[in-house]
Design a protein around this ligand. Structure first.
Ligand code: NAP
Length: 253
């Protein structure tokens, strides 16, 4: 199926590895020009080289999306290098794990900046141009925790729900202008983040046993859902969360 996004321009943050890289790769494969962002220069350059290996135009710009100044710098450099953006994939690493009792104000403030305000600031910056041109796609990478909070991932649980509520509200504001705002909510996906959270093999095996599909997701399976939300075919889908979790969340809605 032709997703009708060839020639569009996308910014993918958190694109040097894991789910963000897989989404960037899926977009590149559709003929989308991609600006890839992450903090670590070397890892980002290596990722951009892989993404551009088949001749695709990929721009690598390092930035920490938890810092408003770096977001501004990233967006200015993006505008200078590729012009206006048609697609935004708002993604980054998740905030650290910890039970509610272990988290002080500073930990909460960092999580707000990293997960909520990065999505807010990025969206706020790209929406005017998208509205003006009557076409845009914003996809936030959240988590299955928006449907079912996960153990000690207090900060992630709370921040993903805040991003979801923000996205739903923004979706209504921009819907009449050809701009959609959605979230892809991954279940347990085989990436470095998962390795960090579940280092021990026994815990990992127990987790896999609890997933109806009986395996972790591949990052490209999350990317496929994000890609659909970026397509022309998804023009009538907005304000939604697409759960890609191997059947893990058992609720009806
Ligand atoms: N993997 C899972 O099972 C799973 C499940 C549900 C939700 N999620 C969520 O999905 C998102 C992606 O997860 P993942 O597994 O792909 O993570 P990952 O493998 O750790 O990759 C995270 C990516 O984001 C970049 N990044 C991290 N912090 C950043 C920052 N402050 N500014 C800019 N870039 C940043 C990383 O590069 P640098 O470190 O170089 O910046 C890397 O490119 C996370 O928010 C995660 O919580 C993951």
């Amino acid at each position: 199926m032709d997703l009708q996004i060839a020639g569009k321009t996308a910014l993918v943050t958190g694109a040097s590895k894991g789910i963000g890289f897989a989404i960037a790769e899926a977009l590149v494969n559709e003929g989308v020009r991609v600006v890839a962002a992450a903090r670590d220069h070397a890892a980002l350059d290596a990722a951009a080289a892989r993404l551009g290996a088949q001749g695709a135009e990929v721009v690598a710009l390092s930035a920490d999306v938890s810092d408003p100044i770096e977001i501004r710098r990233l967006l200015d450099a993006t505008r200078e290098r590729v012009g206006q953006l048609d697609i935004l994939i708002a993604n980054a690493g998740g905030p650290p794990a910890g039970p509610p009792s272990s988290l002080d104000d500073a930990a909460w403030a960092r999580a707000v900046e990293l997960t909520l305000m990065s999505a807010v600031r990025l969206a706020r910056a790209v929406v005017p141009g998208m509205r003006e041109r009557g076409w845009g796609r914003i996809v936030n990478v959240t988590s299955l925790s928006v449907k079912q909070p996960i153990g000690d991932l207090t900060l992630s649980n709370a921040m993903r729900s805040a991003v979801t509520a923000f996205a739903r509200t923004l979706a209504s504001e921009v819907a009449a202008h050809g701009v959609t705002v959605n979230n892809v909510a991954p279940g347990y996906t085989a990436t470095e983040r998962l390795e960090q959270l579940f280092a021990d093999d026994y815990a990992k095996a127990r987790l896999v046993a609890s997933i109806p599909v009986k395996r972790f997701a591949h990052a490209h399976e999350i990317a496929a859902a994000a890609l659909y939300l970026c397509s022309e075919q998804a023009a009538y889908v907005t304000g939604q969360t697409l759960l890609v979790d191997g059947g893990m969340v058992a609720s009806t809605y």
